[in-house]
Design a protein around this ligand. Structure first.
Ligand SMILES: Cc1cc2nc3c(=O)[nH]c(=O)nc-3n(C[C@H](O)[C@H](O)[C@H](O)COP(=O)(O)OP(=O)(O)OC[C@H]3O[C@@H](n4cnc5c(N)ncnc54)[C@H](O)[C@@H]3O)c2cc1C
Length: 399
C-alpha cells in the first residue's frame, strides 16, 4: 500500500508516524513544498511551542474552538490533550503545564518537539521528500490518486495536511469540495486613543471586552496595552470569536471595556466609600482596583478630574464620568496587527463534507484531511496544535 501525506507540519507528521507504525510494510511518504519540514512547529509559541493545553474534558475542550466545536467533540473522545502529552512524554520529551494551562516542553525550546517528531518518523520508516510542491491531484478511475509535485506520484490513500494553503484549497475545490473563505484569526486591535498613548506594556489582570452592537461578541481575560492598541488573552479571544464578522466590517468597530471585570453597581458603591475614606487624598495619584497608575491618571483626565483634585471635591458628574471610564469605556478599533506568538486562519474545507470518525472526505473516498486545511481554528493556548494532533492521529488509525 502507498500512502502519501501532503504537508510536513504537525498534522502531517502525526498521521504519517502512526500510519508507518501500523503498516511497517507500506510506503508512507510526506511531500513537503518547503526546504524543511515542521517550520511552524519551530517558530510556534515564540520559539517554545505551546504543544497543547491542560484541559481534560472533551466537552470543555471544544469550547475553545470557535470553528469546530461540534465536529471535534467525537474526535476528542478518541485523542485529546492528555493523549498528546502521553505521546510526547513516552518518546522522551518532558512537558510542563504553566499556570494558565498552556503546555510547553520543559526545555522551553520548540526544537525538542520538532526533533521528537523527526526521530519518530525516521524510526517508523516515514519517507520525507522536501521541495515537492504539489500542484495537481487527480483521482483515478481505480480509486487511487495521482499527485504531481515536479514529478508524478501515485498512492492508494491520500492525506492532505497542507495547513492554510490557497493553492491546495483550489485543488480541493476542483475535486468537488467547498472551501469556506479563509480570514485571519488571533490578532490584536489597532486603537489610536489619547487615553492609552505611550502606555505600551501596561496590563490589567482581568477585563471584560465586548463589541458594541454585537451581543455575542464578549470575552473576559487579561488585557495588554501595546504600541498599536490592545492585545492580551481578552482581546485575542474576541478576535477569534469575531474573526469573520470583523473581516466583513474591515476591522472597524467599537468595543466597550470593563477594566475591572466586576459589577459596575458594586464599583459605584466602592467609589462612594473611597470618596469618604480617602476624602483628603488626591484622586489621580492614588490608584486602586489593580489599575496601573499611569492608566488611572488617564482615566482621571478623561473624567475631567484635575491632577491635584482630592476625592472629597469630586462632583456627581466627575464621579459618574470616572465610573464610566472604569466600567463602560468605549474605544474605536481601526485595523488589526499580527499576534506574533500564534496566528491561524478561520476558514478552509467545509466541515459538513468531512466524516470526523475518520477525518475522511465525504466527497472523495480515500482522501483524508487534517489540521488547518479544515475550517477549524481555536483560541490561543495550544488548542490549534491539539486539533492538528487529533486529526493526524485519527487518520493514522483510520486509513
Ligand atoms: C507564528 C505562529 C505561532 C504559532 N504557535 C502556536 C502554538 O504555540 N500553539 C498552537 O497550538 N498553535 C500555534 N500556531 C498555530 C499552529 O502552528 C497551526 O495551527 C498548526 O501548525 C497547523 O498544523 P498543520 O499541520 O495543519 O499545518 P502547517 O503546520 O502549516 O503545515 C502544513 C505544511 O504543508 C506544507 N504545504 C503547503 N502547501 C503545500 C503544497 N502545495 N505541497 C506540499 N506541501 C505543502 C507547508 O509548507 C507546511 O509545512 C502558531 C502559528 C503561527 C503562525
Amino acid at each position: 500500500m502507498n500512502i502519501i501525506i501532503i504537508g510536513g507540519g504537525a498534522a502531517g507528521f502525526f498521521a504519517a508516524i502512526r500510519l508507518a507504525e501500523r503498516y511497517p510494510k507500506a510506503s508512507v511518504m510526506i511531500l513537503e513544498r518547503g526546504k524543511e519540514v515542521l517550520q511552524k512547529v519551530r517558530i510556534s509559541g515564540g520559539g517554545r511551542c505551546n504543544v497543547t493545553h491542560a484541559c481534560w474534558l472533551p466537552k470543555e475542550l471544544v469550547k475553545f474552538y470557535p470553528r469546530g466545536t461540534k465536529a471535534l467533540l467525537g474526535p476528542f473522545h478518541k485523542f485529546a490533550c492528555g493523549d498528546t502529552m502521553d505521546w510526547f512524554e513516552k518518546r522522551g520529551v518532558q512537558l510542563k503545564v504553566e499556570d494558565d494551562g498552556r503546555v510547553f516542553p520543559v526545555s522551553d525550546n520548540s526544537e525538542s518537539i520538532a526533533l521528537c517528531l523527526l526521530d519518530s518518523a525516521r524510526i517508523a520508516g516515514v519517507k520525507i521528500l522536501t521541495q515537492k510542491r504539489v500542484d495537481q491531484i487527480t483521482k483515478l478511475e481505480n480509486g487511487s490518486f495521482e499527485i504531481r509535485a515536479g514529478e508524478t506520484f501515485h498512492c492508494d490513500a491520500l492525506v492532505i495536511a497542507a495547513g492554510s494553503s490557497p493553492a491546495i484549497w483550489a485543488l480541493l475545490e476542483n475535486l468537488g469540495h467547498k472551501i469556506i473563505e479563509p480570514v485571519p484569526s488571533l490578532f490584536t486591535f489597532n486603537i489610536k486613543d489619547i487615553r492609552i498613548a505611550e502606555l505600551a506594556g501596561l496590563s490589567v489582570p482581568n477585563a471584560v471586552v465586548e463589541v458594541i452592537g454585537q451581543k455575542n461578541l464578549k470575552t473576559e481575560g487579561p488585557l495588554l496595552i501595546t504600541h498599536w492598541g490592545m492585545s492580551g488573552p481578552g482581546i485575542l479571544k474576541l478576535s477569534s470569536w469575531g474573526a469573520r464578522w470583523m473581516h466583513e466590517v474591515d476591522y472597524a468597530f467599537k468595543i466597550r471595556i470593563n477594566w475591572l471585570s466586576r459589577n459596575p453597581e458594586h464599583i459605584k458603591e466602592e467609589l462612594q466609600e473611597i470618596k469618604i475614606d480617602w476624602a483628603k487624598k488626591q484622586v489621580s495619584t492614588n490608584p486602586t482596583f489593580d489599575i496601573p497608575s499611569r492608566l488611572w491618571q488617564r482615566f482621571c483626565e478623561a473624567a475631567n478630574i484635575g491632577p491635584t483634585e482630592i476625592w472629597a471635591n469630586l462632583n456627581k458628574n466627575q464621579m459618574n464620568a470616572f465610573l464610566q471610564q472604569l466600567c463602560f469605556s468605549e474605544w474605536q478599533v481601526k485595523g488589526k496587527s499580527t499576534f506574533k506568538e500564534e496566528f491561524v486562519s478561520a476558514g478552509g474545507v467545509d466541515l459538513d463534507e468531512v466524516n470526523f470518525t475518520r477525518f475522511e472526505s465525504k466527497i472523495v473516498p480515500g482522501l483524508y484531511l487534517a489540521g488547518e486545511i479544515l475550517d477549524i481554528d481555536a483560541l490561543t493556548g495550544g488548542f490549534n496544535f491539539q486539533a492538528a494532533w487529533t486529526g493526524g492521529w485519527i487518520i493514522g488509525e483510520s486509513v
